[in-house]
Design a protein around this ligand. Structure first.
Ligand code: ZN
Length: 113
């Protein structure tokens, strides 16, 4: 049995809203930096760099969420993109997953070399 797509969709939309909210905070931080003196700005810059790294990761996640939202309507959303195995259980925990655990691990293993 497949997971209810409406539920998955609301999970994905909520995740996306959180990510977008955090991006807004970084933008605010950036504009604050412009009004600080040098010492404060240096401290803020470190914070800002950390945030930027975080945002880059989140932008990637956002892409995954958007494509998951797009794929949600397709029958193969519930199938592993590599082996075609059922990934319902995985999607329940991670709605942006596109591979089964075995294929995901395989891919990460290949990525290391
Ligand atoms: Zn697989």
């Amino acid at each position: 049995m497949s997971l209810p797509t409406t539920e998955l969709k609301s999970i994905l939309l909520a995740k996306r809203a959180t990510l977008l909210g955090e991006e807004k905070q970084v933008a605010q931080l950036e504009s604050k930096c412009n009004t600080l003196d040098a010492v404060d700005a240096a401290a803020k810059l470190t914070e800002f760099n950390n945030q930027t790294a975080l945002i880059n990761r989140q932008t990637q996640k956002l892409k995954e969420i958007n494509s998951a939202l797009k794929n949600l309507a397709r029958a193969d959303y519930f199938r592993c993109k590599e082996c075609g195995g059922d990934i319902n259980k995985r999607l329940a925990i991670m709605p942006t997953a596109s591979l089964c655990v075995a294929c995901q691990e395989n891919r990460e293993e290949v990525g290391k070399h």
